[in-house]
Design a protein around this ligand. Sequence first.
Ligand SMILES: [Zn+2]
Length: 212
Amino acid sequence: MQPHLSTDVGEFFDCLQCGEPLEAPTAVGRTQLACRNCGTRRTFVRGPMVVITGAPGVGETVLGIRLAARLDNGVVIEPPGSGITKRDSLTIMTWFKDMLVLGAQVAQSGRYLVIPNFSRPRELDELPERPWVASIHWLALVCDPEVLAQRLRQRRKSRAIDDAELTGLLGVNEEIRDIALAGPRVSVLDTTAMSPDAVVDAAARLIESWME
Ligand SMILES: [Zn+2]
């Protein structure tokens, strides 16, 4: 049997009384979900989340680590293994589903998920879990190809990449720039000439402005 991506959004979104799946809310913020099967109500917070996207090597991981200490209500979680660039598409899509479920869960305590992981807006928008999260705010990190190539070559040996993969990642970097240019939903930080501190400051200010 071919592996396939489940359309079941998971037990987190089931009725607490009868276990039947609940319908996703459409309103933003705190709401009451009523089970269509048994009528039991459940309080649910449909909140926003943040995705920091960018080619591997452009600095999402370091930024995430720094933001975790900086953002009062942000919960930064990077999927384990996301630094590995050779993955099958089913694994990647499963991570994206998990990102949305985690985003919905974090919102229940009045906080928001910040997830540093390469992805494209449409890849999350198409998933059945998407309606359980309100706005997804996108921050795209890009840098000049020569600088990114240099950073990738400096990775430690166990994460070394070959030339074919390097070319692919440089393409991803350009694609991210194009996605950001095509739509105002994605804010871009070009980190080429920025110090790490300046990147953290700029990212934190942007994210805090989105959450006001
Ligand atoms: Zn029920």
